[in-house]
Design a protein around this ligand. Structure first.
Ligand SMILES: NC(=O)c1ccc[n+]([C@@H]2O[C@H](COP(=O)([O-])OP(=O)(O)OC[C@H]3O[C@@H](n4cnc5c(N)ncnc54)[C@H](O)[C@@H]3O)[C@@H](O)[C@H]2O)c1
Length: 447
């Protein structure tokens, strides 16, 4: 279906004169030809952030908002004005020819279907992570994007982060030698951190389109907690793996160039937040990454603990033969050179054997009196981003730039599925109590 943007592209020549004139107007720094009209589908916490970041980019207008809870539509109009088109049915947004792109921030079980419907309707798509709730749906998204040629960005903003870019450059330049292990974690210790979000007092069947929330999930009677705390239920969410591991996978894939593990094992349990949820609150994953794409084989260990006993912390530790690179608020490279002597463990040998051993040892490593200038330096280099830096804004900038230029985004559906796939397999491993084999190239579960 042709959209307003198609129309504008097709008539660029005709509009050129008026576009230049418009650019000259001080109150219109972006030409009408460069205006992008976006719609938000799913106006909860993250959708609101997505719309806000989008609106910071010159030329972006928020034209419509769709949500199945009336309160969020009311709030959207309070926030962005009463000119906003609002609807409970996202398909009404997709039918509009004056919308160029959609921001999808619904619960996970709707991501793939709305992305596919949007691309088929000629819209460009920014879809929140994880790209899909099931691997097979992720592959349908990849196919739809290829078939339609629409721009699609998956919303794991670390892929656009200057912090992760710095880590990538340092790793590639050999700052920590040869990589052998990556550890990453995301720990929390609060009710909201553990997804116990507020339930509004006006959560009634009149204010909520319950069937449209459920979608292809099993039909269950109206129960607001399942909507407002959808992450707690496997029917709509993807557990901590799809919620948080997926950020760690996408960030790590970006830094290392890896495309995914071949073996996946996860364990954990529901230890504390026993509020009716059917997913664990402590979760550990182990992953084997084969060599490829300029990186050696390495192992990955991930952890999420919602009962951490302390505040929220998250980070990365890349371990190499020559040092350690950590990502927290910035990037740190620490190196402690190895001792030049191997040392010895001879105390349990007979005296004569010890003497013979030491004679040989000192031939190779003559005894030396320790001196100040022979001490090994511990090097630590820290790189910090500018104050207030937002990778989320950069990720949206990248998307909008691609909508304008029709060039590639940093996180296309293939990248998105290569990050979501091992997260989804972690759930399979945990719930089916088995190891999973994954082909990261074809993005298929082998066993
Ligand atoms: N990139 C990030 O850092 C980040 C952070 C948080 C959340 N997220 C992702 O964003 C998505 C939304 O999470 P959230 O925390 O904003 O959840 P939320 O519950 O606050 O918002 C989801 C919204 O979608 C609406 N909705 C449900 N079904 C719908 C449908 N069929 N059509 C239209 N609207 C529908 C709900 O009513 C709700 O308002 C999730 O997929 C989550 O993984 C990403």
């Amino acid at each position: 279906m042709p959209t307003r943007r198609h129309f504008l592209q097709a008539t660029t020549a005709g509009l050129a004169a008026s576009a230049f004139a418009a650019q000259d107007q001080p109150d219109k720094p972006v030409s009408p030809n460069d205006r992008i009209r976006v719609a938000l589908i799913g106006a909860g916490g993250m959708g609101t952030e997505d719309a806000k970041s989008s609106l910071e980019i010159p030329g972006v207008e928020l034209a419509a908002v769709s949500d199945i809870y009336q309160g969020r539509l009311t709030r959207a109009r309070e926030r962005w004005g009463h000119q906003l088109i609002t609807t409970r049915d996202y398909r009404a947004v997709l039918e509009r020819r004056d919308i160029d792109a959609v921001l999808i921030a619904t619960p996970d079980h709707w991501h793939a279907q709305i992305s596919i419907d949007a691309m088929n309707a000629g819209k460009d798509v920014y879809c929140e992570k994880p790209m899909a709730q099931r691997v097979e749906d992720g592959r349908r998204v990849v196919e739809a994007q290829k078939k339609t040629g629409r721009i699609m960005q998956v919303g794991s903003q670390r892929v656009s982060s200057i912090i992760y870019k710095k880590a990538q450059e340092l790793l590639q330049s050999g700052a920590i030698g040869e990589l052998n292990l990556v550890e990453a974690w995301w720990d929390r210790n609060s009710a909201i951190g553990a997804w116990e979000y507020s339930i509004p007092p006006d959560a009634t069947p009149e204010n909520i389109d319950w069937d449209r929330f459920l979608g292809y999930a099993p039909k269950v009677p109206f129960e607001p907690v399942r909507l407002f705390r959808w992450r707690d239920y496997r029917d709509y969410g993807t557990g901590v793996a799809g919620d948080l591991f997926v950020h760690l996978f996408s960030g790590m894939h970006f830094v290392t160039g890896a495309i995914g593990p071949t073996r996946v094992f996860a364990t954990g349990g529901l230890r504390f937040w026993k509020d009716g949820r059917d997913v664990p609150d402590v979760f550990l994953g182990l992953y084997d990454y084969p060599a490829g794409n300029g990186h050696p084989a390495f192992n990955l260990a991930l952890r999420v603990n919602f009962v951490s006993g302390a505040g929220e912390t998250s980070g990365f530790r890349f371990v190499g033969s020559e040092g350690i690179l950590t990502i927290g608020g910035g990037v740190t490279v620490s190196k402690t050179p190895r001792e030049t002597e191997p040392g010895y463990t001879i105390d349990t040998f007979p005296k004569a054997v010890q003497e013979a051993f030491l004679k040989e040892y000192y031939k190779q490593y003559p005894p030396q009196v320790p001196k100040a200038d022979s001490m090994r330096p511990l090097q630590e280099d820290k790189y910090l981003p500018p104050h207030g830096y937002s990778d989320h804004l950069d990720h949206h900038r990248n998307f909008i730039a691609a909508v304008r230029s029709r060039k590639t985004v940093v996180e296309d559906p293939v990248f998105g599925l290569r990050a979501a796939g091992p997260a989804l397999l972690s759930n399979i491993s945990y719930f089916e109590q088995r190891m999973c084999s994954w082909d990261p190239e074809t993005m298929t579960l082998k066993t």
